[in-house]
Design a protein around this ligand. Sequence first.
Ligand SMILES: NC(=O)c1ccc[n+]([C@@H]2O[C@H](COP(=O)([O-])OP(=O)(O)OC[C@H]3O[C@@H](n4cnc5c(N)ncnc54)[C@H](O)[C@@H]3O)[C@@H](O)[C@H]2O)c1
Length: 324
Amino acid sequence: MARYLVTGVAGFIASRVAELLLKDGHTVVGVDNMNDAYDVRMKQHRLEQIEGTEGFQFHQLDIGDKEAVAALADDGPYDAVINLAARAGVRASLEDPWVYVRTNMDGTLNLLELCRHHNIKKFVLASTSSIYGADAPLPTPETANSSTPLQPYAATKKGAEAMCHAYHFLYDIDVTIVRYFTVYGPAGRPDMVMFRFAKWIREGESIQLNGDGEQSRGFTYVDDVARGTILATKNLGFEIINLGGHESITINELIALLEEHIGKKGQVERYPFPKADVIASWANVEKAGKMLGWEPAISLQEGVKRVVDWYEEQRHWAQDLDLD
Ligand SMILES: NC(=O)c1ccc[n+]([C@@H]2O[C@H](COP(=O)([O-])OP(=O)(O)OC[C@H]3O[C@@H](n4cnc5c(N)ncnc54)[C@H](O)[C@@H]3O)[C@@H](O)[C@H]2O)c1
């Protein structure tokens, strides 16, 4: 059994990664600063699902805090660090880019330093499809240009990726960077389209749609992403691997799918298309297949059904969640 340091553990994806690791009998030291980038009640809910599980230990701390991260060595030794903590909103990164640098870049550096000084040989970093910018070929392979980020969010992820490479080269830390594509699922982020649209349709509130709805996304179910992230803890040297869904749909098609599962029609209110957003994202996942034996398993039909079922079950509190 292995001992993992998982950052951002109250977050959407990391909480699922921690759950799967614990279920397999591993030990997880989880950290999160519980910030209010989105409604913190969702983070508390996720944490409650894990707290009390045997083998789990939680620290509330900021990975941008060098001393606090260095002190995590006291809870080691660790077999691997899985760094999923991040400021992750694309548009919010235009308002406060500094907090993105502190978490996504300084935070990653602090964790790499922890690896360097405490002989932790494996580092997994969550990165993003946003790194591919506006003109990426579809489906997008890892070799597509990622050197011209369009928002501070993508720029900080690119910086973190580059720092990982430097630490791999200098200190022989085995690094796998997983680039996720629009992840969704139960207890998903209230600042992301799947949760917002499900809530708006269910509650009879108008759907705030950016642009004409013809922008498309390759949605990826959270369990698939969590499983791929755990597979990425194997030793590979230094690799960048896409983890993305096999089905790409437009936002208009997504609305229709949600309406079908919720059994209710939504009212659309249109807003201009934000400059920071990309028109389409869709992953080429051949490399994940070859190197990790990974492929997405959950269809959009099934995944959307699970989101709708989760919302209905948790509606007594989830309907009050703030979406801003
Ligand atoms: N959800 C997606 O579609 C998606 C797509 C591409 C990449 N990613 C990446 O995947 C990772 C997880 O994303 P998510 O969707 O679960 O986001 P999330 O916001 O739900 O999870 C991130 C967690 O990190 C924590 N955190 C943020 N700053 C911190 C800090 N300075 N110190 C400690 N904890 C901190 C947050 O409180 C949060 O709980 C992120 O690195 C994100 O950039 C996500």
